[in-house]
Design a protein around this ligand. Structure first.
Ligand code: PRP
Length: 213
């Protein structure tokens, strides 16, 4: 049966909506108190796995899910062996370098050599500073990254910015954007090539829905 890994969190609602538009109903995941992690569409044509954002590509890469929906930021950070198929256009935000308002750093090149940069996205951050040829120590934090500069643990952060409220409320300011990100449809390359369980047909329909939206 066609299986789709859907991310918990901010992409969930829109992901369920786009799947509804191609006739697959996994809206039960949105019901308050609903705890099941694997459900079938009422028509019995497909099932969905509800997983953490960072785990979507794992299920797709290992073939337990034909398809997955995940942010480009996570895909880029993980470098998983999956087929990137469709930009779904929602979940837009940017990966940015930010510092404290009061800091003297107006651009990443102002940061001190061998200074510290905190991030959940350490690979994206390392790649960016390598391209800049600025040696910094990138320190992994699992969340609330803004506390890095506030506490003095790091000079800067690399993190996702959507509304900018979190930065503002914590006295931080963006000084550079690394890249923009949106939700992406990914597939297991082999299952997609074989059109296993009609996966390629669903991809075509999702592509059409996104194109007219
Ligand atoms: C993300 C990100 C920022 C915040 C940005 O965190 O890491 O902290 O959202 O959104 P904003 O610009 O709209 O304020 P998330 O909510 O995923 O929580 P986390 O810090 O625990 O990762």
């Amino acid at each position: 049966m066609l299986t789709i890994a859907i991310p918990k969190g901010s992409l969930l609602k829109e992901s369920i909506k786009v799947l509804q538009e191609v006739g697959l109903d996994f809206s039960a995941f949105l019901e308050p108190g609903f705890r099941q992690l694997q459900i079938e569409d009422p028509t019995g044509r497909a099932k969905a796995l509800l997983v953490r954002n960072g785990d979507v590509s794992v299920y797709v890469e290992y073939g337990q899910a034909h398809l997955g929906i995940v942010g480009y930021d996570v895909l880029r950070e993980q470098g998983a062996n999956v087929a990137h198929l469709v930009d779904l256009k929602y979940g837009g935000c940017r990966m940015s370098v930010a510092v404290q308002n009061s800091s003297p750093y107006k651009s990443p090149l102002d940061l001190p050599m061998h200074g510290r940069v905190a991030s959940k996205f350490v690979n994206c951050a390392r790649e960016y500073f390598k391209e800049l040829d600025l040696p910094v120590e990138v320190v992994y934090l699992g969340g609330s990254v803004e506390l890095g500069p506030i506490t003095g643990m790091s000079e800067a952060i690399v993190d996702l910015v959507a509304t900018g409220n979190t930065l503002r409320e914590n006295g931080l300011v963006e000084i550079e954007t690394l890249f923009y990100t949106t939700a992406r449809l990914i597939a297991n390359p082999l299952l997609y090539r074989l059109n296993s369980d009609g996966v390629a047909d669903y991809v075509d329909r999702i592509r059409e829905v996104v194109a007219v939206s």
